[in-house]
Design a binder for this molecule. Structure first.
Ligand SMILES: Nc1nc2c(ncn2[C@@H]2O[C@H](COP(=O)(O)OP(=O)(O)OP(=O)(O)O)[C@@H](O)[C@H]2O)c(=O)[nH]1
Ligand SMILES: [Mg+2]
Ligand SMILES: [Zn+2]
Length: 343
C-alpha cells in the first residue's frame, strides 16, 4: 500500500498557471540522459499540463510533441504510468518521455471534427459505473455503455447505485441490481447523503486504482467527499439544473484514498463505443458470450438473423430487454460510423 503525503484539491494549481510556458523554456536545456528518467503515475491531464506523482512528490510535466496525435488530442490519461525526465532530483517540473504499457483503460468514441477514441482513465483495477434511479432518473443505455467500454478496455467494473435515500420502494432498487448481478456485475447501493452503503464501497478499495464514471449529477464527487471528508470538490448545488453540455467536475483526476487512488471523472453526455468492429460489441456483453456459439450464422450480429441464440434467450427472459436494447443501439452506432467511414 502507498503512503501519500500530498493532498490536492481539484482547483489547485501547481507552481505557476503558466507552467507550460516555463517548462517549454526549460525543456531544451534538459540533459537527454536516459538515467534521469523516473517512473511516475499521471494524476491529472489538463491541456498540455500533466501532473505526475513521482516518489511521493507531485511534478508538473509537459508532453513531448510526439504524444500529440494530429486531430486526436493527447493520448494520455489519469492513471497512466509514465517515465519523466527532470532537470534534477529536486526539480518540480519535468517532461513526459514515455507512456508505459497499460493494463486496462476506459475510453469512448467521440464524433465530430476530431472524431476518434478518447481515453478517460488508464490502469484501473475496478471501475464504478455510478447511477441513480432518481435525480437523474435511470438511464440503462448509459450504464450499459460504460460497462461495455470497460469490457473493451479490459477493466473490471461494478455498478454503484447512488442516491438510494431518494427511493421509497426498495423493490425498484432490487430490480436494477438483479439485471446487473445476473450479467456478473457486483452491484452496490449507496447514499452519499446518509452514508448508507459507503462502508461497503470503502471495503472494495484495496490500495489499487479505482474510478467513478457516470452521468452528470449522479453524485460521483459527493461519494468521494463522503469517503474523504478533507476533500473539497465542486458539487452541483441543490436546485441547479444540469445544463446541456455542462458538468460540475471538469476533468479526470486521481485522489489518494485508502492506500490507493480514486479517479473522479466528469459527467459525460455521450459514451460512444470505442471499438471499430461489429463483432467486438457482443464480446463486451458477458451474458452473450456463452450463447453465441449456438447462433446459426457464424458472424451473427444478433439483430436480423434467423436462429439467433441471443434473441432466443431474450424471448425466454435469460437476456434482459434493456441490455439487448443497449446492444442494438451500440450496433447501429458502429454500423453508421462504418457507413460514414468515420474511422
Ligand atoms: N439525495 C441525495 N443527493 C445526492 C447524493 N449524492 C449526491 N447528491 C447530490 O446530487 C448533486 C450532484 O452531485 P455531484 O457529486 O456534483 O455529482 P457528480 O456525479 O460529481 O456530477 P458531475 O461532476 O457533473 O459529473 C449534489 O447536489 C449532491 O449534493 C445522494 O446520495 N443522495
Ligand atoms: Mg463531479
Ligand atoms: Zn445471434
Amino acid at each position: 500500500m502507498r503512503n501519500t503525503s500530498w493532498k490536492i484539491s481539484e482547483n489547485a494549481i501547481i507552481l505557476n498557471p503558466k507552467v507550460s510556458e516555463i517548462c517549454s523554456l526549460l525543456i531544451p536545456t534538459l540533459p537527454p540522459m536516459p538515467k534521469s528518467k523516473r517512473e511516475g503515475r499521471v494524476i491529472r491531464v489538463t491541456g498540455g499540463d500533466v501532473w505526475v506523482e513521482v516518489e511521493d512528490r507531485l511534478l508538473s510535466c509537459v508532453l513531448r510533441g510526439r504524444f500529440r496525435q494530429r486531430g486526436r488530442g493527447v493520448q494520455i490519461a489519469a492513471g497512466d504510468r509514465v517515465l519523466v525526465s527532470t532537470a534534477g532530483p529536486d526539480s518540480d517540473v519535468g517532461a513526459i518521455e514515455e507512456v508505459l504499457p497499460r493494463e486496462s483503460s476506459l475510453s469512448r468514441f467521440i464524433e465530430g471534427r476530431d472524431s476518434g477514441e478518447k481515453l478517460i482513465v488508464a490502469n484501473i483495477d475496478m471501475l464504478f459505473a455510478v447511477t441513480t434511479l432518481r435525480a437523474p432518473s435511470v438511464n440503462y443505455n448509459f450504464i450499459d455503455r460504460v460497462l461495455v467500454s470497460a469490457e473493451w478496455g479490459e477493466a473490471n467494473a461494478c455498478v454503484c447505485l447512488n442516491k438510494i435515500d431518494l427511493v421509497e420502494d426498495r423493490s425498484e432498487i432490487e430490480r436494477l441490481a438483479a439485471i446487473y448481478t445476473s450479467c456478473g456485475y457486483r452491484t452496490i447501493r449507496t447514499s452519499a447523503k446518509t452514508g448508507e452503503g459507503v462502508d461497503e464501497l470503502e471495503k472494495m478499495l484495496q490500495g489499487g486504482i479505482y474510478a467513478f464514471v457516470g452521468e452528470s449529477g449522479v453524485g460521483k464527487s459527493s461519494l468521494l467527499m463522503k469517503m474523504d471528508q478533507e476533500l473539497d470538490l465542486k458539487v452541483r448545488s441543490l436546485g441547479e439544473k444540469s445544463k446541456k453540455g455542462r458538468h460540475t467536475t471538469a476533468y479526470s483526476q486521481l485522489f489518494p484514498i485508502r492506500g490507493g487512488y480514486m479517479a473522479d471523472t466528469p459527467g459525460i453526455q455521450t459514451f460512444g463505443f470505442p471499438g471499430t468492429e461489429l463483432e467486438s460489441i457482443s464480446n463486451c456483453f458477458p451474458e452473450f458470450r456463452d450463447m453465441e456459439s449456438d447462433c446459426h450464422f457464424h458472424r451473427c450480429t444478433h439483430s436480423h438473423e434467423p436462429d439467433c441464440a441471443v434473441k432466443a434467450a431474450l424471448e425466454q427472459g435469460r437476456v434482459h430487454r434493456s441490455r439487448y436494447d443497449s446492444y442494438l443501439s451500440i450496433l447501429s452506432e458502429v454500423e453508421a460510423r462504418i457507413k460514414k467511414k468515420a474511422y
